[in-house]
Write a protein that binds this ligand. Structure first.
Ligand SMILES: [Zn+2]
Length: 455
């Protein structure tokens, strides 16, 4: 009914315990957010649904959980030390910070900028009198390298310790384990490896709540294929499977679209990338990416580690470096998108109701149980229902406050069903089940609640 805004989402998330500002009592900390009790449960449910869909229900994909801290050589091989360093320049007049390579590309085209050093970029910007995109002046600082990776030190004394990085993607933990996984699990190409975990990027412009943060959770799959197979076909399959997964999560198809990357926005490793975009309150934005990475990563790790990364085809006895299709889902971003997509307002008795229409399989609370009033005889029955249902569902027991207020609270938490135990329940062994979306109230036998909830 009413249009969802980011302000409404941020307010609801704090009010109902989904997401709080990080370090809140200290006034927050730039672009950090903490998941509250309902937020973590929603996120866990999304993660488990992903794991079930892609790891447990597929014979050709297995899981891994690799370290966040990796041998720094990993990042030399992957190109994150080097290519990931952006040449940043500041406008001396208005202090706008720009990517030197980007403002040059706009004027001269991508070929003129590719492979240029920091000094060359500084010189080219001067030579071609490139103007500040914000104020129009031509007065920039020199280009400085800005690496997106968080750097820290391993060892007791900073001066003598080794520089290490927080991983900027989970993918490399999969690539360095390619042989371990393939050999220990006797996997034959094509097969995939999936991983869920935190990654860190020192983004220059984080923002829009949890949409872009410096610390975030990814759900990535590296799918290894024979370079002689139909790569385009596998790529298309992953595009469709990825979109289908978001729709199974309950996200409306009308809010989703594909977008192909232009040549100049492709990552250093990719020749083909598609985003799935979602229409956020602030416009269309990336929900996930599907990238064809070729054999870039395995080849680089083979070169930098000196270890053979080739796959031996047991049928043909042929050795080759597999190619890779990477569907890169984001857990943090999927969670935000679900929150936005589920948000709705309608009217009950002349009052506006805010309701989160989560798909029941990911709702943070599946069912809430209320005794109509705080009376021992009602509580006893309600408690026994709670104890039975908690074996199979996430259940919440709530006996404080007016019944209408309890309903309203669980509408905002997105609880699909509320069960009320009243005085009649003591006579007829039945309860009232209220449906969050239709507001319909059914009277059913206590012994049939589980069956009712599972259909
Ligand atoms: Zn300026």
């Amino acid at each position: 009914m009413s249009k969802v805004t980011m302000d409404k989402i941020v307010a609801l998330c704090k009010r109902r315990g989904f997401v709080f500002p990080g370090s809140d009592i200290y006034g927050g900390f730039a672009s950090t957010w903490d998941y509250g009790p309902y937020g973590i449960q929603l996120k866990e449910n999304i993660k488990n649904f992903w794991w079930k869909t892609f790891i447990l229900q597929r014979e050709d994909i297995v899981g891994i959980d690799s370290s966040i801290l990796m041998n720094p050589k990993t990042w030399e091989a992957s190109g994150h030390i080097g290519n990931f360093a952006d040449p940043l320049m500041d406008c001396k007049n208005c202090k706008e910070r720009v990517r030197g390579d980007h403002i040059l590309e706009k004027e001269l085209g991508i070929e003129a900028v590719a492979g240029k050093s920091l000094d060359q970029i500084t010189a080219l910007v001067k030579e071609h009198k490139i103007k500040c995109p914000k104020c129009g002046k031509m007065d920039f600082t020199e280009a400085r390298a800005f690496n997106m990776m968080f750097k820290t030190h391993q060892g007791v004394i900073e001066e003598t310790s080794t520089a290490v990085y927080l991983r900027p993607e989970t993918a490399q933990g999969i690539f360095v384990n390619f042989k371990n996984i393939q050999q220990s699990c006797r996997k034959k190409i094509p097969f995939g490896v999936g991983q869920v975990g935190k990654s860190f990027r020192n983004e220059i412009t984080p923002g829009n709540f949890t949409f872009r943060t410096r610390e975030f959770e990814q759900m990535e799959i590296e799918y290894f294929i024979d370079p002689k197979s139909d790569i385009k076909k596998s790529f298309e399959e992953w595009k469709e499977l990825s979109k289908k997964w978001y729709m199974d999560l309950g996200i409306k198809e009308k809010n989703l679209r594909y977008r192909e990357h232009d040549k100049d926005e492709l990552s250093h490793y990719s020749t083909m990338t598609f985003d799935i975009e979602y229409e956020y309150p602030f416009g269309w934005g990336e929900l996930m990416g599907v990238a064809y990475r070729g054999c870039f990563d395995l080849e680089q790790h083979q070169k930098f580690s000196g270890k053979n990364m080739e796959y031996l085809d047991p049928q043909t006895n042929e050795k080759y470096l597999p190619h890779v299709i990477e569907p890169a889902f984001g857990l943090s971003r999927a969670t935000l998108t679900v929150l936005i997509d589920a948000y709705d307002e309608d009217e009950i008795g002349g009052e506006t109701r805010v309701v989160m229409r989560f798909d029941p399989k990911i709702a943070p609370v599946r069912v809430a149980i209320f005794p109509l009033m705080k009376k021992p005889e009602l509580s006893k029955v309600a408690r026994s229902i709670f104890d039975k249902l908690k074996e199979d569902f996430v259940v919440e027991y709530d006996e404080s406050g007016a019944i209408g207020k309890r309903y309203r609270r669980h509408d905002e938490i997105g609880t699909p069903h509320c069960i009320t135990v009243d005085f009649d329940s003591l006579e007829d062994d039945s309860v009232t089940i209220r449906d969050r979306d239709t507001l319909k109230q059914d009277r059913i036998k206590i012994s049939e609640i589980k069956e009712y909830l599972t259909q």
